[in-house]
Design a protein around this ligand. Structure first.
Ligand code: UDX
Length: 456
């Protein structure tokens, strides 16, 4: 049988909540702790405070083994305490570790020394943070004359928003970094159901048909911390790379989607994260590449590849504006529609979303801007009340009187746009800028649109 552990998750954000709910589903006793009373109340009522497909269903299924509270007291009896608090970026690119440090201090106050406990860093934190957490806790315990019986581990997550549950239950690998074998063994027990895939797959998130058991990577803490940054920088680099190639494809008359297919079949390269378009956004890639460059600076080390990854991505967003100027000539006074606001489909997350940059530039240029997103519109209205854009209820309402429509997010429904209807409602040059290369050029042209893709 499987061993049931007592787990506390500090921070009920994206990562913490998904991890906590999944671990409870897998059979552990889990307490999610968050300072935000409102968030905890929502969770107690069975509702997820974030939009993540399947999360509420899993919340229901795991209900008997899940607790939600604002008090850190439950950490007293935990085998494993997972720190999953926010590490927002500061203006200079550093991660703000104040939440992390506060959480470590709060947890330290609960550690009794009566049983061995593992403190897990799951937040994406700069290299060296696990050692810092270790120091904070050791010092706190020593200063009250208590006895220490804990170890710190770094256990980065690689989950993507929108498929967070899938990525948690069916990962490619699990990375555990710690100096303590006892800690590594405890986490091996915690993750046993995932490593051995012994759980009954939930209906809302079935096991992929072809799925190899996840690899377990055990290593030192610093390497584990580095793995997280290197993985995200590499993925961001793949996207920037294909976008750079796409720019040249436009010049020479090649199609980047064909090029991506052709190179992606080489197993050494792989087909994923080679979709050219407006580039990457979201809470991770921008923050993590900046943090990596920042850490390198502290050591007087140059990272030209990571730096180029960032600058290519910045340029890529503005390519949408270039394309408007090339086709409309004058942008001032034109009506431009944005299909999609979220940084990617299946989320209402607007962090570092390309749409925000595009909107700002268009408004500065004096365009009239209409926007539609199937999920993120409400979030957008709350967060950006000062952006003078016109929200629309659907793609067809949006297209009314538009000189150009830009597909910014590859929502599934945008793959099946009523192109003829759009063309009918649009005006002037009727330009469709396909920022995600999801529409067939011939289909668009047959419908009467002027099609402009990215890198094709
Ligand atoms: C990412 C990592 O994938 C995940 O492992 C890490 O833990 C957190 O950061 P996420 O930010 O949720 O996850 O989204 P992801 O699906 O990776 O997409 C990131 C961005 O890249 C999106 O804006 C997406 O539109 C863009 N993208 C992705 C491309 O432009 N082209 C691609 O081929 C793939």
């Amino acid at each position: 049988g499987q061993q049931q552990l007592n787990v506390c998750v500090v921070g009920a954000g994206y990562v913490g909540l998904t991890t906590g709910v999944c671990l409870a589903y897998l059979g552990h006793q889990v307490t999610c702790i968050d300072k935000d009373r409102e968030k905890i109340d929502m969770l107690l009522a069975g509702r997820a405070p974030i939009y993540e497909p399947g999360l509420e269903d899993l919340l229901r299924l795991a209900n008997a083994r899940l607790k939600f509270t604002t008090s850190p007291e439950a950490c007293r009896h935990a085998d494993v305490i997972i720190l999953a608090v926010g590490t927002p970026p500061t203006p200079n690119g550093n991660a703000d570790l104040s939440f992390m440090e506060a959480a470590a201090a709060e947890v330290a106050a609960q550690l009794t020394g009566e049983r061995f406990q593992v403190i897990v860093n799951k937040s994406t934190v700069p290299v060296g943070t696990a050692q810092r957490v270790n120091l904070i806790i050791t010092t706190a315990i020593a200063s009250r004359g208590g006895s220490a019986n804990f170890a710190v581990a770094s256990n980065p997550e690689f989950l993507r928003e929108g498929v967070a549950i899938h990525d948690t239950l069916y990962p490619d690998r699990i990375v555990i970094g710690s100096a303590s074998n006892e800690a590594i063994n405890m986490l091996r027990v915690m993750y046993a159901p995932i490593l051995e895939q012994t759980f009954a797959a939930p209906k809302v998130c079935p096991r992929p048909e072809r799925f190899d058991l996840p690899a377990l990577v055990t290593t030192d803490v610093t390497s584990a911390e580095m793995i997280k940054y290197a993985a995200n920088a590499f993925l961001a680099m793949k996207i920037s790379f294909i976008n750079e190639i796409g720019g040249l494809c436009e010049k020479v008359g090649a199609d980047v989607t064909e090029v991506a297919r052709g190179i992606g079949l080489d197993k050494r390269i792989g087909p994923r994260f080679l979709q050219a378009g407006l580039g990457w956004g979201g809470s991770c890639f921008g923050k993590d590449t900046a943090a990596l460059i920042r850490t390198a600076q502290e050591y007087g080390y140059d990272m030209p590849i990571v730096s180029a990854t960032v600058s290519v991505n910045r340029r890529q967003r503005l390519r949408a504006i270039d394309k408007l100027q090339e086709t409309l000539k004058v942008v001032r006074g034109r009506t431009i529609g944005l299909l999609g606001l979220a940084f990617k489909p299946d989320t209402d997350d607007l962090r570092d979303a390309p749409a925000l940059d595009i909107i700002r530039v268009l408004l500065e240029m004096g365009a009239r801007v209409k926007v539609y997103d199937p999920v993120a519109l409400e979030n957008f209205k709350i967060q950006y009340p000062n952006l003078a854009v016109e929200p629309c209820k659907n793609a067809s309402e949006l297209s009314q009187d538009c000189d150009a429509v830009i597909i910014v997010t590859e929502w599934e429904e945008f793959r099946h746009l009523p192109l003829a209807e759009l063309a009918e409602k649009m005006t002037g040059a009727k330009v469709l800028i396909d920022g995600r290369n999801i529409i067939d050029r011939q289909d668009a042209e047959k419908a009467g649109l002027r099609y402009v893709g990215f890198g094709r």
